[in-house]
Design a protein around this ligand. Structure first.
Ligand SMILES: NC(=O)c1ccc[n+]([C@@H]2O[C@H](COP(=O)([O-])OP(=O)(O)OC[C@H]3O[C@@H](n4cnc5c(N)ncnc54)[C@H](OP(=O)(O)O)[C@@H]3O)[C@@H](O)[C@H]2O)c1
Length: 295
């Protein structure tokens, strides 16, 4: 059962979540996909600016950063390491493996166990870590038995190379199948105010205390653009549409960790202030209605 609106109002000031039960993170995270070059294919053109954004995120209170081996073919992880080492004690860097990039416009699931192991080793090196706090399977590869992919993650965990395991882009059925074999600390799915097609997964995560990392939390900028469906409520609150979109996610469930991505210091500051927003019951009802199919 999902939590009710009353629960959400009660939970509104709870801005941290204990990932995997033992890693408290500020629930407004940061997505590091955009700390890369064009098409997320290589290093950022303006490396100093990317380093500055990563440092600013942490200065503003971000303690959960999402990246992947495939973001810039490793460049995102390299930028994070250069910007943030020695890492603050409370910083969790979550990375992923399981998608390869044969060309800039291609993201192809690749879940062979030996590849997942290799990518974990490369991420450890690039990030300069002895252990990855959260290692997410970017996609379940349909060409490889799921049990082999989960088995590779379990092996890395038992060897101490990764602390917690997460999944990405999964259904409730896939999550439950995985949970028969491994302990899943997080699920990362596309979710925002206007695209709630994985509502059932979020409710399931809420029920089981699994972190739900919401990717595309501001719909690739659509929710901040002119004519945003949340513009009127933003005006009422003296906030920006992006802040409303992010604050709604924080209110939606105490397990949600939105990971907005930005390459702009101004937007980053704006986004981090979203955790201060408190909605009235009427505003929450209007925002909730935006995601429901009409009729
Ligand atoms: N698991 C997966 O398969 C998967 C897939 C996609 C993404 N992700 C993760 O999700 C994270 C977020 O995804 P995303 O960056 O594509 O989407 P997003 O966070 O929904 O939107 C980012 C876009 O919104 C703009 N933006 C951000 N803050 C803004 C603000 N305050 N005002 C106006 N515009 C703003 C950004 O432009 P500016 O740079 O100009 O701010 C950028 O164009 C990624 O970094 C990645 O970690 C995961």
């Amino acid at each position: 059962m999902g939590i009710t609106r009353d629960d959400r109002t009660t939970h509104r000031n709870r801005t941290t979540f204990a990932l995997g039960g033992d890693l408290p993170v500020h629930r407004l995270g940061f997505g590091a996909l955009r700390l890369t070059g064009p098409d997320y294919w290589g290093p950022p053109h303006d490396r100093d600016k990317a380093l500055e954004i990563a440092r600013l995120a942490v200065d503003l209170g971000v303690s959960f950063i999402d990246t992947a081996d495939s973001y810039g073919l490793g460049s995102s992880e390299e930028v994070l390491a250069e910007a943030l080492r020695p890492y603050p004690d409370d910083l969790v860097i979550a990375t992923k493996a399981g998608q390869c990039r044969p060309r800039p416009d291609q993201w192809v699931p690749l879940g062979r166990p030996e590849y997942l192991r290799q990518q974990a080793e490369l991420s450890l090196r690039r990030l300069g870590l002895d252990r990855i706090d959260l290692f997410q399977l970017h996609r379940i590869d349909p060409k490889v038995p799921a049990a082999e992919q989960f088995g590779a993650l379990a092996e890395l965990q038992s060897e101490g190379k990764i602390r917690h395991i997460g999944l990405s882009k999964v259904t409730v059925e896939e999550l439950e199948e995985a949970r028969e074999q491994i302990t899943v600390a997080s699920v990362q799915n596309l979710y925002n105010l206007t695209d709630r097609h994985t509502d059932d997964v979020l409710d399931h995560c809420t029920e089981h205390g699994i972190a739900f990392v919401a990717w595309l939390p501001i719909a690739r900028g659509e929710l901040s653009a002119e004519g945003s469906p949340v513009a009127a409520i933003a005006t009422e609150l003296g906030a920006t549409p992006s802040q409303v979109a992010l604050a709604w996610l924080l209110h939606r469930s105490p397990v949600v960790i939105p990971i907005p991505g930005t390459s702009s210091a101004t937007h980053l500051k704006e986004n981090m202030a979203a955790s201060e927003i408190v909605f009235s019951e009427d505003q929450l009802a209007r925002l909730d209605a935006l995601g429901r199919p009409l009729g």
